[in-house]
Every structure is written in structure tokens, then in C-alpha cells.
Ligand binder design. Structure first.
Ligand code: GYE
Length: 308
């Protein structure tokens, strides 16, 4: 398939590769695990990593990329905070002859020759999986069913695409509607705060379901649901995306109902791609890790061995 299978031991470059990596922030457990995965994989594969954290600012990402160009790194990797606005800076990298790998989130550019490959999840499919779980779960329950949605960072690929995938599946049932929706930036604190606001609605307008675009926001929202005297996982069904250890523990405990997996441990694939590029090999334009959906039963089985 599209997913790279070659083991790292098959590649032994003679000269060390320098990789400049613009990480977008540290908003979530997913992000922290992703950063660690990149650092560990770089160390293991003998790649010199220069990483800069952009704290959610695209402007800072541009500055980082310009710094990487100035120091003449071999390969640039970018985890882009938002989807749009990348043409100019990618053209600067191309003009400097530095290949670019897009990691995790995708960019929306017309000229796809501006990057070598994208390594990251299919967010649309993740949204669809969340929607399918909900449709199945509600198949015998008559409407109206009100859904609250905690979106991620506005303009980010995972938030846009998870929202679209989820909606496309729900379109099959007119009596299930998204009645509340707001961005909570993928953070636990904002998830808690926005859910508190949602729950201020009169009882007859209260959501039956929460779809959170990531675990951290779901965990914050679970606090808010409990504060309101309601039972998360029962009075309000909770579905999220990622699969952090904390979320799986809450899932096993019944406070969440389903977690769609999104895998942050893609550092090894990034290092392998960097080596392949430097060896002059051609890569597929897109590489997507295989991903699961966790139920309460499955979470109980896997939570103790969870890496992040
Ligand atoms: O789901 C969320 C993080 O881009 C896939 O970003 C990533 C998302 C992830 O903040 O937790």
C-alpha cells in the first residue's frame, strides 16, 4: 500500500542528514507525543534535528522555515497550524532547492510540486468514523437528537475535515442535528469553558451528544458535564478523536463512548522519508497510517500498554 514498510536498518546514509522541523505548538497530548516521536526517531536514525515550536502561529512557522533555509538544512518538515496560506513560503523553500515534507496536518496549495509528500492521517475519514459510530449507536433511538461539537483550531486541516466527514455521515438522518458548535482550539481548558457555555442552554435544548475534535477538549468537557450534575457517557454521549492514554482510561471507565484513533507516532516515517529523499528515491504523494476506532471494551484492553 501507500504506507512505507521498509525498516530503518535498510538505510544507512554515509553523511548525516540535517532536518529542520517546524512543529506547530504544544496544545494537546497528541502534539506532545508527536514531538517526542520526531525527536526519538531522529536520535535513533542518526538524523540531526533542528526543531522550532511555533506556538500556534503561522507567522512563526514562516520564520522557522526561513531560518532553516538560511542554515541550508537538507530537508524541511512542517506540521502546518492552518491549511491555507502556504504557497509563498513553500516557493521560497523550492527556490532554495530544499525538499519539504508535510507532516500531520495538510496544506491547501494548488501546486503540489511544492512538497514531496504528506505523512499524516485521513481526517475526513476520522470524522466519518465518528459519525458512523453515532448513527449506529442511535439507530433505535428516535429524534430529535441534539449534538454539540467542539471544533479544533479554526482553519486547521483536522478541524475542517473532521467536521466535514462527520456531517456527511449525519446527513443520513434529518432528526439528528448539530445544535451547538464552536472552536475550542484543541485544548482541555477551552473544551471545558466552551462546554460550560453550551450547558447553560435550557434543559430542553441541552445536547444529547458531544463530538469533540480531540481528546483534550473532550476531557475538559467531561468536567463541565459533571459540574452540571450530568453523567458523561450516559446523559450526554461523548465521542472524540486521538486515543491518548487519559482518554482511553476515561473511555474504559464509561465517561466517553468512542474514540477515533489518530496516530501521532509518525516520527519514524518522517525520518525514513528524509532518508529516501536524500537517497534520490521517489515517494508516494501521501502516506496515511492505519487507524482504529476504540470502544469502551477495547479501551479497557489496550489502555495499560498505551504509549501516550
Ligand atoms: O488530533 C489534536 C492536535 O493535527 C491530528 O492536532 C492533529 C491534531 C490532533 O492538537 O489533538
Amino acid at each position: 500500500g501507500d504506507w512505507l514498510q521498509t525498516s530503518a536498518s535498510e538505510m544507512k546514509p554515509d553523511t548525516p542528514i540535517t532536518l529542520g522541523f517546524s512543529q506547530l505548538g504544544k496544545e494537546s497530548a497528541w502534539r506532545i507525543a508527536n514531538t517526542a516521536s520526531v525527536q526519538e526517531a531522529a536520535a535513533e536514525s542518526g538524523i540531526r534535528l533542528v526543531m522550532k515550536n511555533a506556538e500556534q502561529s503561522q507567522k512563526k512557522q514562516f520564520e522557522a522555515i526561513r531560518a532553516f533555509i538560511a542554515m541550508k538544512v537538507d530537508v524541511i518538515a512542517i506540521a502546518p497550524v492552518v491549511e491555507s496560506g502556504w504557497e509563498g513560503i513553500l516557493r521560497e523553500a523550492k527556490a532554495a532547492g530544499i525538499p519539504v515534507v508535510i507532516l500531520d496536518r495538510s496544506v491547501n496549495v494548488k501546486d503540489t510540486s511544492l512538497f514531496v509528500t504528506t505523512i499524516g492521517s485521513d481526517f475526513e475519514e476520522e470524522g466519518e468514523k465518528a459519525g458512523k459510530y453515532l448513527l449506529d449507536r442511535m439507530r433505535n433511538r428516535p429524534g430529535p437528537i441534539r449534538i454539540a461539537e467542539l471544533q479544533g483550531t479554526s482553519g486547521s486541516a483536522p478541524s475542517i475535515q473532521r467536521g466535514e466527514g462527520f456531517r456527511s455521515v449525519l446527513a443520513g438522518r434529518a432528526d439528528m442535528t448539530i445544535t451547538q458548535s464552536a472552536p475550542a482550539d484543541f485544548t482541555e481548558d477551552k473544551g471545558r469553558a466552551i462546554m460550560r457555555d453550551f450547558l447553560k442552554a435550557p434543559a430542553e435544548k441541552r445536547p444529547d451528544v458531544l463530538f469533540a475534535h480531540n481528546d483534550d477538549m473532550a476531557l475538559g468537557a467531561i468536567d463541565a458535564i459533571e459540574e452540571a450534575g450530568l453523567k458523561p457517557g450516559e446523559d450526554i454521549l461523548v465521542i472524540s478523536v486521538d486515543g491518548s492514554r487519559r482518554a482511553l482510561a476515561e473511555l474504559a471507565a464509561g465517561k466517553l463512548n468512542a474514540v477515533v484513533e489518530c496516530n501521532p507516532l509518525i516520527g519514524p516515517q518522517l525520518m525514513q522519508a528524509a532518508k529516501e529523499i536524500m537517497a534520490g528515491r521517489t515517494l508516494p504523494k501521501r502516506m496515511v497510517p492505519p487507524e482504529d476506532v476504540f470502544t469502551q471494551e477495547r479501551a479497557a484492553e489496550v489502555v495499560s500498554g498505551r504509549k501516550y
